[in-house]
Design a protein around this ligand. Structure first.
Ligand SMILES: Cc1cc2nc3c(=O)[nH]c(=O)nc-3n(C[C@H](O)[C@H](O)[C@H](O)COP(=O)(O)OP(=O)(O)OC[C@H]3O[C@@H](n4cnc5c(N)ncnc54)[C@H](O)[C@@H]3O)c2cc1C
Length: 407
């Protein structure tokens, strides 16, 4: 097979790249090893970033999520709990009554990814499912992608294979770096009580889970996504048994009552989160672009990766369009993609990396939560930040922290 661009992987990063390439009228092939609908271990929280991205693609798509209530729970805020047990609930919206839809949603990835996958435009995208890429060869005159049943020749490859991506390892020099990697577990439960009526997600920085957090995210039909995440460096150094730890947190006095009648509906599954805490890691090279988890752009503090996967998919499609127009797929030209990515999200990744390092100081977290709890103005500021994605940039300003300190 022959095409302009080949995308490996049809997760949120690959689908976003494909949808944008189709909008630019560029023919391409998407190769996916699984068959949709397929599962993906995740917390299943679709942040404001994802919703804004969908809105930019087609505003009607967000209305579809709103209507599709069997698969999508609207989420209006977040509950944080500190190691000393103090909780704080922060709405995502300043004036929820004026909102057309909730700022975030929670949806099992088997549903969300399948919904997004159905949006691929087959006028431009040739989609091969059940087709695992076995090897990628990049030469100066083109790319050869070898699958079990076919070989594809292309001008450019977009690697959207998720964690442990073949192209990232072979051509991007990627290795597992435990200080930039998190281990996560996910389980589905029925019957967890006291879930927030407005779908607030819950991030619990309880002392057992530090340096990491335990989460409970409400899903449709009374289910909940329950999980735990911790920096891999710490897991391996201290030989942490994450599954045992998660079950201990569930049995701890803070949660025991809420899980009294809860039943586990799935296996407890684990997967890695390649974090964006390494500064300006190269994410392109001659004839290749890495997107999503393949590019390690997960927020190091929150573990949120779907939004950045979709954004990098968009920027990669734009770079592909420009390179196809100029016929230049060299390393120096494709590096423009790295510059775009780090200009747009480098600042927030750095702030999150600092916050992630601070998690190991429980007193600091306790102090911060108590301060926010006491100060409605500060709570309001944080709500505004969730409300408007651009305001998040304030997190990168030292002035913000000075104001927090002295408010
Ligand atoms: C425990 C856990 C909790 C998380 N919670 C959240 C959360 O609540 N919110 C959030 O935003 N993010 C969360 N994340 C991160 C999020 O899951 C990822 O950032 C996101 O899935 C990245 O999307 P992607 O398209 O890059 O990769 P993926 O979603 O992994 O998609 C990659 C695709 O490539 C395919 N593929 C792989 N290899 C090949 C091959 N050789 N040939 C063909 N196809 C291939 C795979 O089958 C897959 O479909 C979590 C992650 C974990 C592990």
């Amino acid at each position: 097979m022959q095409t302009d661009v080949v995308i490996i992987g049809a997760g949120p990063a690959g689908c976003s790249a494909s949808i944008y390439l189709s909008q630019f009228g560029i023919p391409h092939i998407v190769v996916e090893k699984d068959v949709y609908p397929r599962d993906k271990v995740c917390g299943d929280a679709l942040s404001g970033k994802v919703i804004n991205q969908l809105k930019k693609l087609k505003p009607e798509w967000v209305s579809e999520l709103k209507e599709f209530s069997e698969a999508f729970t609207p989420s209006w805020g977040v509950v944080f709990s500190a190691p000393d047990g103090n909780d704080i609930a922060i709405p995502f919206k300043h004036k929820p009554s004026e909102a057309e839809h909730s700022p975030g949603f929670i949806s099992k990835r088997i549903d969300y990814d399948n919904w997004l996958f159905q949006k691929l435009d087959t006028n431009y995208a040739t989609v091969l499912q059940n087709t695992e890429v076995r090897d990628v060869e990049i030469q100066t005159n083109g790319v050869t992608v070898t699958c079990a049943s076919t070989t594809i020749k292309a001008k450019l490859v977009i690697s959207a294979e998720g964690t442990r991506a073949l192209v990232a390892k072979k051509y991007g020099g990627y290795e597992m770096e435990r200080q930039h990697h998190c281990a996560g577990l996910r389980a589905y439960y029925d019957g967890v009580t006291d879930l927030h009526p407005e779908g607030f997600i819950e991030l619990h920085f309880v002392k057992e889970s530090l340096p990491g957090y335990f989460w409970i995210f409400p899903l449709p039909n009374g289910q909940a996504n329950v999980g735990i995440g911790m920096l891999s460096k710490y897991v391996s150094k201290n030989k942490v048994n994450l599954k045992k730890l998660m079950l201990e947190v569930i049995e701890s006095p803070k949660f025991k009552e809420r899980f009294k009648n809860a039943t586990l509906q799935s296996k407890i599954l684990g997967w890695g989160l390649p974090l964006g805490s390494k500064k300006n890691r190269p994410i392109s090279g001659e004839r290749f672009l890495l997107v999503g988890d393949a590019a390690s752009v997960i927020d190091p503090f929150t573990g949120e990766g779907i939004g950045n996967a979709m954004f990098t998919g968009k920027w990669a499609a734009e770079q592909a369009r420009d390179s196809l127009a100029s016929g230049d797929f060299g390393r120096a030209t494709l590096e423009q993609y790295d510059k775009t990515v780090y200009k747009k999200i480098g600042g927030e990744l750095r702030v999150s990396a600092v916050m992630q390092r601070l998690i190991k100081y429980p007193w600091l977290f306790n102090w911060m939560i108590r301060k926010i709890k006491r100060n409605p103005e500060l709570r309001e500021t944080i709500t505004f930040m969730f409300d408007d994605v651009d305001l998040r940039k304030k997190f990168t300003s030292p002035m913000f922290y000075l104001r927090v300190l002295f408010k």
